[in-house]
Write a new protein. Structure first.
Length: 195
C-alpha cells in the first residue's frame, strides 16, 4: 500500500509539473501576443516628438545573443526559416540583429510618439517565431505594401504585422522587396545600430 501511495504522489507531482510548464508556455504566448499588438500599433502614431513619455516600454533591446535564441527554437524548419529571415533583414538593413525582449529579433531603431504623448523606441524591422506563425514587424504600415502583398503568397496580416507560416509558402523575392520598402520607409537616419 505504501508503494502505490508513493507512485500516486509521484504521478501527481509529474502531472503538476507538466501542467505548470504548459501554463507557463501559454502565459508566454499571451505575453508575446500583447507585445505583437503593441509593436504593430506603433505605425498608427505620430513620428514627431511629443510631450514626456508616460511609461517605459517593456520591449527593449537586450544583451541576449541572437544565436542562443535561435538554438532554443524547437522545430528545425522554423529555426531554418528564422535564420534565413535574419540573413535577409541583415542584408537589407546593413545592421546586426538585436534581441528585443525575450522573443523578438530586430534591426535598427526608430522613435514613435502616440497621440496620448506616450513615446518610445522600437525596431525598424524585426520578427518573432510564434506558435502559429512567424510575425514580421514592419515600419511604415501595410498600406504602402499592398501591391507586394498581393504577390507574396500565403500570409495573413495584422495592424502593421505580416504573418507567415513558412518561407516556402511565400515568394522570397517579394518578401525581400517588402522588407526593403518597410526599412526604407522610416528614413536613413533611423537605422542606427544597437549592437
Amino acid at each position: 500500500m505504501v508503494t502505490s501511495d508513493r507512485r500516486t504522489k509521484k504521478d501527481i507531482i509529474r502531472l503538476f509539473e507538466t501542467s505548470k510548464r504548459k501554463l507557463e508556455e501559454e502565459i508566454e504566448e499571451l505575453r508575446s501576443a500583447l507585445v505583437d499588438i503593441r509593436i504593430c500599433a506603433v505605425d498608427n502614431v505620430s513620428t514627431t516628438r511629443g510631450e514626456a513619455s508616460m511609461a517605459e516600454n517593456k520591449t527593449k533591446p537586450e544583451a541576449t545573443h541572437v544565436g542562443s535564441f535561435l538554438k532554443k527554437i524547437k522545430a528545425p524548419d522554423r529555426r531554418k526559416d528564422c535564420a534565413a529571415i535574419i540573413e535577409m533583414m541583415e542584408s537589407i538593413s546593413g545592421l546586426k540583429p538585436v534581441m528585443w525582449g525575450t522573443a523578438i529579433v530586430g534591426f535598427g531603431t526608430r522613435h514613435y510618439v502616440y497621440d496620448s504623448g506616450r513615446e518610445g523606441d522600437t525596431m525598424i524591422v524585426g520578427f518573432s517565431p510564434r506558435k502559429e506563425a512567424i510575425a514580421l514587424y514592419l515600419a511604415g504600415g501595410l498600406e504602402p505594401l499592398q501591391d507586394e502583398l498581393a504577390k507574396l503568397g500565403k500570409h495573413s496580416t495584422g495592424k502593421g504585422c505580416l504573418y507567415i507560416n513558412r518561407l516556402e509558402d511565400v515568394n522570397t523575392a517579394v518578401l525581400k522587396k517588402i522588407l526593403t520598402k518597410s526599412f526604407r520607409s522610416v528614413g536613413p537616419n533611423s537605422g542606427k545600430s544597437l549592437s
